[in-house]
Design a protein around this ligand. Structure first.
Ligand code: SF4
Ligand code: SF4
Length: 240
């Protein structure tokens, strides 16, 4: 390429659409399965979902969760179970946002939003406490002063969970395995990798037939009585 040939490349690039954005003023939409800042969810009646079982802390590979459970006060229970988490902390200097805590949680108490735009100036501020993590009365994550929330950052938290299933079987794709989020109602199931519109009901699942072993056809020749968007299921209707 000669001297002027280099200028030709430059001029050609000048008239192509720009792919850069003026971050942070404008941000690109985040992937639906993005793992960001955690939230501690509550039930529609306001009760906290966390039962203080510490499974999330046990599974965390970065050892960044600290939970302590306590018996619910009989007159003013915090959660529907016998116990609740009275201390809950996440150290964001260590968290790698792997979502394993979300998968381990038996009550779907801990999920991850899409927010990653938050920062700290000292180590103490990097530790989020229960007061900061628990959702508000509207079921939405608290928007703390040092966080830069944008539209949809606080919806569909940890949507990854709905693309997989407890058994790992592709035959569960499209079934709602997730309780409703307070303030957002019951969410439809994600379609998973197959994207099949019609799926078999769970009692028909047989690992020896097509569909349960990952057959893209998904239906294995059976009929289906489940809506593709999972709307025939109610909150908590999964097979956890
Ligand atoms: S996302 Fe992973 S690293 Fe972060 S708190 Fe959960 S289990 Fe630990
Ligand atoms: S967030 Fe879930 S896994 Fe962690 S202590 Fe609470 S109920 Fe147990």
């Amino acid at each position: 390429m000669g001297f002027f040939g280099g200028f030709k490349v430059t001029f050609q690039e000048m008239f192509k659409p720009r792919v850069t954005t003026t971050y942070p003023e404008s941000k690109r939409p985040k992937p639906i399965r993005h793992h960001g800042r955690h939230v501690l969810n509550r039930y529609e009646d306001g009760m906290e979902k966390c039962i203080g079982c510490e499974l999330c802390a046990g599974v965390c590979p970065a050892r960044c969760i600290y939970v302590r459970g306590a018996d619910n006060p009989p007159t003013e229970p915090v959660s529907p179970g016998e116990r609740y988490g009275f201390v809950y902390e996440i150290n964001y200097l260590r968290c790698i946002h792997c979502d394993l805590c979300v998968e381990a949680c038996p009550t779907e108490a801990i999920t991850e939003s899409k927010l990653f735009e938050f920062s700290f100036t000292n180590r103490e501020d990097a530790i989020y406490t229960k007061d900061e993590l628990v959702v508000g009365d509207d079921g939405a994550p608290q928007h703390l002063p040092w966080e830069d929330w944008r539209q949809d950052d606080d919806t569909h938290t940890s949507a990854w969970m709905r693309a997989t299933s407890p058994s790992g079987s592709a035959a569960y794709a499209g079934r709602a395995l997730w309780s409703g989020e307070l303030g957002y109602g019951v969410r439809a199931a994600e379609q998973g990798q197959s994207g099949e519109a019609q799926l078999r009901p769970p009692h028909d699942i047989d690992p020896n037939v097509a569909g349960a072993d990952g057959d893209p056809s998904g239906d294995g020749g059976h009929g289906s009585d489940h809506a593709a968007d999972g709307t025939s299921h109610t909150a908590g209707g999964g097979t956890h």
